[in-house]
Write a protein that binds this ligand. Structure first.
Ligand code: MBD
Ligand code: FE
Length: 295
């Protein structure tokens, strides 16, 4: 079968819509932090004092060492203002900082590797049977992908009833509820693992993805001569009562951006090994998730 998954052409109309994805993420994050069941954002005073002082000193040290000019200082000031105006703080932080936070948070884990969540997760996506098909449009573009596997504990115990949440972008790189014009739950679903913790997800193989280029983050990327690409990826959260939740992403071999992901979120353990689907069109891939018990 020919593989068109790496066609990276975008038209102007499509990129023009892209900044809305970044902007919506601010509002969604705020809701999640403050709404019912939202996680508390409180951090201890002594820790704030320590960390905030260290960040400020770090920036001052750079100014002195690299003799930062007023022109550069004002360019930074203008850019920081624009990040807020464009609603791109979630995008900026998740692309350039979250990978280190995730590394620290998962240091102790023995089960499957995780990676960053990114800005586009939505809780409570529609629940599907262990072998259900992801919500998608009738004419949704992309190659079919059957993603099969097992959820089990590090000691080998299978975990029937485990939740496998999947979300991914459409063929043009848009996430539902962040880009306009998509059905609410397009390409988002929650599978409940069946006997022996097995699941079989029916979805589409995602395309390589460019972060929005028309906001402040895109401005930085252009000004610095970087690129905006992430390799094609599937986002997952895997959970079961009594076990630590895993947030992860999985990638496809041969993607031109596996080695230079702008979000630094690729790990060798997260590479899939898809084959031509023996039972039909598209691809089949097996991947198991192994959870650590809650301590
Ligand atoms: C994404 O789709 C993503 O996964 C990350 C980490 C950052 C921006 C957009
Ligand atoms: Fe993503």
């Amino acid at each position: 079968m020919t593989d068109t998954a790496f066609d990276t052409s975008f038209d102007a109309e499509v990129t023009a819509k892209a900044a809305e994805s970044g902007a919506n993420a601010s509002a969604r994050f705020r809701e999640r932090m403050t709404g019912a069941g939202g996680r508390s954002a409180m951090v201890d005073t002594a820790r704030v004092n320590y960390l905030a002082s260290k960040v400020i000193k770090g920036i001052n040290d750079i100014v002195l060492e690299d003799k930062v000019s007023y022109a550069e200082y004002n360019a930074l000031k203008a850019w920081l203002i624009k990040v807020g105006e464009d609603g791109e703080w979630p995008l900026f932080l998740d692309v350039w900082i979250e990978h280190s936070v995730e590394e620290v948070a998962s240091e102790h884990r023995e089960g499957s590797k995780g990676t960053i969540e990114g800005p586009y997760y939505i809780e409570d996506s529609p629940q599907l049977e262990w072998n259900g098909t992801i919500p998608m449009r009738d004419d949704e573009p992309g190659n079919p992908l059957v993603f099969a596997g097992q959820v089990r504990a590090v000691d080998g115990t299978p975990l029937p009833g485990a939740k496998v949440e999947l979300w991914h972008a459409d063929d043009l790189g848009f996430y539902s509820q962040f880009a306009p014009g998509l059905p609410e739950w397009n390409l988002r679903g929650t599978w409940i693992a069946g006997d022996e913790g097995r699941f079989e997800i029916h979805t589409l193989r995602p395309a390589p993805y460019q972060i929005p280029t028309d906001g402040a983050c895109g401005q930085l990327i252009a000004a610095a001569g970087w690129h905006a690409w992430r390799p094609a990826h599937l986002h997952f959260k895997i959970s079961a009562p009594g076990y630590e939740l895993i947030t992860t992403q999985l990638y496809f071999p041969g993607d031109p951006h596996n080695d230079d992901d702008i979000a630094s979120a690729v790990k060798p353990e997260l590479m899939l090994n898809p084959i031509d689907n023996p039972d039909g069109e598209g691809f089949h891939v097996d991947y198991d998730f192994v959870l650590d018990p809650e301590s």
